[in-house]
Design a protein around this ligand. Structure first.
Ligand code: NAD
Length: 504
């Protein structure tokens, strides 16, 4: 596996601070371990206080010039970055899989997502539209325009070590911002490798420092960025616990943040659903990425008339899942990220049983695997009163809850602190519309006849309530990365006041 890192030009100990070039640091050495085998993939020298200051200073300087570059020209740089990512898709995808533990098609899929958002951002660079309004005053014109914001601090989670950075950075770059990335301490090599690809391209245009990077070994670096007034926008992806801390710190200095936090996603299955679709959707949603997606299906709310059939068919589908080294062909599920994740898996199953749940598939940590982090995907027959149903356990555990009708399903779908993704399987138009209506699902994502995970970059991505309310990627998410300015121009000879006020 070390060859993967070497093929991307990663040194034995990679530097962990990049601004307008490599910045010297004397920070601690962080070792990145692959969950697949437990072996060390490489090391990174973390940023220290001095390199932090240097990176911020360089980012500020680069911003002063970058903001003046016409947006379509900024788009041209992003287009070239997309091309470079295309060229390295296979090796970067492999590194994502090796460092995070997801199967290779998903590792490559993350780089594809980065390419897709780059393409999107290129088009966007010619569409940063502002509105023109009719002024109520004679011989006046009013309009709004969007200006670059400054340094965008991007704090990312381990489970999407490439894509989440790309959603933020490609958009921020065409908006005229500079990006400061703080990756998860569990996936620093992916960050160093991706950042190198981008900076190599940006160097040719003289704007290497648009994409800077700081690696830390724990939450401290993210906390420092959150408190730093020189970073007007923090976009943070991770647990609700992290989001609460970031929101408080950024709020205290009246900065802005985009929060993309935990999910607790449910799929509703009605009696008229096409069960073939249901099985494929639930299998990918609950087992894919070993249940370590923010949009993974955690709860299945199944009409009681088809509950037993659903559980039986799902058990058969789970039996087919091949678990093992995610870099091997045909494997559908790799390991969890670390021992803490395995401990949460065990604890959740124990608690579920204590609360009256019944494990009908899986429930065990596997022995004889390449590392101690492989677990069985698990199905638990559950009931609506279980407190565990309100928590996100970042593991492949699915709680199947019987419901008497759509109203109860919608109630349970919404009766959790989080509000990221949801879906319904039905062929009935009224049920579909009810689920999507104002009194239906309260989540940021609501799908029909598909699972809760696997969002496309074209839509705005994010969720409500404890998920943080942020939106990233497509649609008009770009507006958060810019500052809005409303201007009124008087081209007449008088100075009329708004609301007809006479001041003389
Ligand atoms: P985590 O919260 O442990 O860490 C995420 C990032 O935040 C890391 O870079 C970490 O160093 C940093 N961090 C931690 N505490 C911080 C603090 N107090 N201040 C500033 N930064 C801090 O999350 P994780 O285990 O890496 O990722 C899994 C979680 O992320 C899950 O809850 C998952 O649902 C969520 N997630 C959400 C989305 C989304 O778009 N909604 C996407 C991916 C993951």
């Amino acid at each position: 596996m070390k060859e993967i890192a070497a093929s991307l030009g990663l040194a034995k100990v990679s530097p962990g601070a990049f601004g307008n070039g490599v910045i010297a640091t004397k920070g601690e050495i962080l070792t990145s371990t692959s969950p697949i085998t437990g072996e060390a993939l490489g090391q990174v020298q973390c940023a220290d206080a001095q390199s932090y200051e240097q990176v911020i200073k360089e980012a500020q300087d680069v911003f002063l010039e970058w903001r003046k570059v016409p947006a379509p020209v900024r788009g041209e740089l992003v287009r070239k970055i997309g091309e470079a990512l295309r060229d390295s898709k296979h090796s970067l995808g492999k590194l994502v899989s090796a460092e995070m533990g997801k199967i290779l098609p998903e590792g490559e899929g993350e780089i594809q997502e980065a390419i897709d958002i780059a393409d999107f951002a290129v088009g966007l660079s010619r569409q940063l539209y502002g509105k023109t309004m009719h002024s109520e005053r004679r011989d006046h014109r009013m309009y709004e325009q969007w200006h670059p914001l400054g340094i965008v601090g991007v704090i990312t989670a381990f489970n999407f070590p490439a894509a989440v950075w790309a959603w933020n950075s490609m958009i921020a770059a065409v908006c005229g911002d500079v990006v400061l990335w703080k990756p998860s301490e569990l996936t620093p090599l992916t960050a160093v490798a991706i950042n190198s690809v981008c900076r190599e391209v940006a160097k040719d245009s003289g704007f290497e420092g648009v994409f800077s990077l700081l690696v830390g070994s724990g939450p401290e670096l993210g906390q420092k960025m959150s408190a730093d007034k020189r970073i007007p926008l923090i976009s943070a992806t991770g647990s609700c616990r992290m989001g609460r801390s970031v929101a408080k710190t950024v709020g205290e200095r009246l900065g802005r943040c985009i929060l993309e936090l935990g999910g607790n996603n449910a799929v509703t299955v009605l009696p008229d659903a096409n069960l073939d679709l249901v099985m494929s959707g639930v299998l990918f949603g609950a087992v894919g990425t070993a249940g370590q997606r923010c949009t993974s299906i955690r709860r299945a709310l199944v009409d009681q008339s088809i509950y037993d059939t659903f559980v039986e068919r799902l058990r058969s589908a789970y039996k087919q899942v091949r678990i093992g080294n995610p870099l091997e062909k045909g494997i559908l599920m790799g390991p969890l990220i670390n021992e803490a994740a395995v401990a949460s898996y065990r604890a959740a199953i124990e608690k579920a049983v204590q609360e009256g749940g019944e494990v009908v598939f899986g429930g065990k940590v596997l022995s004889g695997m390449p590392s101690s982090l492989y677990v069985e995907p698990t199905i638990i027959k559950a009931h609506a009163g279980m407190s565990l149903l309100k928590e996100e356990t970042f593991a492949p555990i699915l709680y199947v809850v019987p419901v008497k009708d759509l109203d109860e399903a919608i109630h349970l779908n919404n009766d959790v602190p989080q509000g990221l993704s949801s879906s319904i399987f039905t062929r009935d138009l009224s049920s579909t519309e009810r689920f999507l209506s104002a009194s239906g699902s309260d989540c940021g994502i609501a799908n029909v006849n598909m699972g809760t995970s696997g969002a496309e970059i074209g839509g705005a991505f994010g969720g409500e309530k404890d998920t943080g309310g942020g939106r990233e990627a497509g649609s008009d998410s770009w507006k958060q990365y810019m500052r809005r300015q409303t201007s009124c121009i008087n081209f007449g000879k008088d100075l009329p006041l708004a609301q007809g006020i006479v001041f003389s």
